[in-house]
Design a protein around this ligand. Sequence first.
Ligand SMILES: [Zn+2]
Length: 190
Amino acid sequence: MIDEQQQEARERRLQDIKSRAHGHWTSILRALGIDEQILNGKNQPCPLFSECGAPRRPAGGKMTNVDRFQYTDKFGEGNYHCRHCGTGGGLKLAQGVLGIPFPELLDRIERQLGCGNLPSMMASSPSPERMKRLCQRIWQEAKPIVLGDEVDRYLRNRGIVLEKGELLFEGPAEDAVKKLGYDLDEDEDE
Ligand SMILES: [Zn+2]
């Protein structure tokens, strides 16, 4: 039971790190001390020496591990592929290159994520909370429709009549909404 809970907590932590790190792996790996050379996107010797071995030339043979590795960050997960030891993401790459225990690696990545030195972090799209607050503000700033005002005239032109402070319209509400040019199918939040 305790094992299960620990397992679950570990899994949650890992998922949290992965989702927060998504799209930022190149800067994270750089900050962890991974050589810029490894991250340059070019074919090169695989840096995961425990899997692939360092580049070397066996006596009288051909050089091994010359250009089998490429860092691509293809899916925003710090992705790489190696023609010999396979594919992986930032976590595996960092662990393989730095050779540190996994828990220590997680600690270090969390510190990276927490200390805000990833410039574009979370700046791209507004959070759901922000959108909700914005909607609430718009709603609160809205004024009631008054008979004969601009909005009333606009609605009247579309066959929706304001009477005793209430909107009257013929037929189902859906029709009235459609008359206003809104597409009901599009947003079905909450
Ligand atoms: Zn490899």
